[in-house]
Design a protein around this ligand. Structure first.
Ligand code: MMA
Ligand code: CA
Length: 290
């Protein structure tokens, strides 16, 4: 083959190849583009479906949550209502309790008043019964003494000699006398006589007084006369009336701090003196035995 015809053939071939390659290239490009578009669309579709699914899920969850919330709200409303009615009930109860408290308070004060009244009655009854008992005891003692005195009278009238006295006691008429010595206040002298089964002396006649004056201490002696309860109202220890007196002129004068106990001076005359003074002498008496 000639060189000219060969090159023409070659360029024809190249042109043909060029022509066919480009078409293929375009076809491939189109295919790739379609494939890409298809893929993109698929991805988009998938994304869309996923989104739709998610959205549906979200919708479902939201609806459920909403229903839960509405349930909660309605429950809370119910609770609130119940609480309100409970609060109202409690307020009512409180008011009732307060009213009850007031009533009880009033009742309590009334009761305490009644109790005070009762306590007062009780204490006055107590002191009344104590006074009555004291009076009864005094009357009983007086009766006992009267019986003893009558018994002695009877024995004397029957010829008995009733002049028996304990040791250290001195007999005079129907009584025995003890001339105590040693410093004592009036009340101590009273107890000393009681310890000797006697009593601070009671004087009822001039003869008795003369006997006592003869025997009594030169320094003065306590006797059983005092005006402790009512000033100026003198009472003998034997409860007998003040039927004889031997006051020193100007006595009783209830001097200074008050003088409620009576002493017999060396002269035998009486003087009201301060009960707390300590006198060296004190005289006791008791009935002589038969
Ligand atoms: C004393 C005392 C009185 C009494 C007077 C009398 C100073 O006081 O013994 O009881 O009345 O003397 O002067
Ligand atoms: Ca006096």
């Amino acid at each position: 083959m000639e060189e000219g015809s060969y090159s023409v053939e070659f360029s024809r071939l190249r042109r043909r190849r060029q022509c066919c390659g480009r078409g293929m290239q375009l076809g491939v490009l189109a295919l790739v583009t379609v494939a890409l578009w298809a893929g993109l669309m698929t991805l988009l579709l998938l994304w869309h479906w996923d989104s739709v699914r998610n959205l549906k899920q979200l919708e479902g969850t939201t609806a459920w949550n909403m229903s839960q919330v509405s349930k909660d709200v309605s429950r809370q409303k119910g609770d609130q209502k119940a609480q309100k009615s409970r609060a109202a009930q409690m307020t009512q109860d409180m008011e009732r309790i307060q009213a009850e408290q007031e009533r009880l308070k009033a009742q309590g004060s009334e009761l305490s008043q009644n109790l005070d009244g009762l306590l007062e009655d009780l204490s006055s009854l107590k002191s009344q019964s104590l006074n009555e008992r004291r009076t009864d005891l005094g009357s009983l003692e007086r009766l006992q003494e009267e019986v003893a005195r009558l018994w002695i009278e009877l024995r004397v009238s029957n010829g008995s000699v009733c002049d028996t006295c304990p040791e250290k006691w001195v007999h005079f008429q129907r009584k025995c006398y003890y001339f105590g010595e040693g410093p004592k206040k009036w009340i101590q002298a009273r107890f000393a006589c009681e310890n000797l089964q006697g009593r601070l002396v009671s004087i009822h006649s001039r003869e008795e007084q003369a006997f006592l004056t003869k025997h009594a201490s030169r320094k003065g002696s306590w006797i059983g006369l005092r005006d402790l309860d009512i000033e100026g109202e003198f009472i003998w220890m034997d409860q007998k009336p003040l039927d004889y007196t031997n006051w020193r002129p100007g006595e009783p004068n209830n001097q200074a701090l008050g003088e409620d106990c009576v002493m017999m001076q060396s002269s035998g005359q009486w003087n009201d003196a301060f009960c707390g003074s300590r006198l060296d002498g004190w005289v006791c008496d008791r009935l002589a035995a038969c």
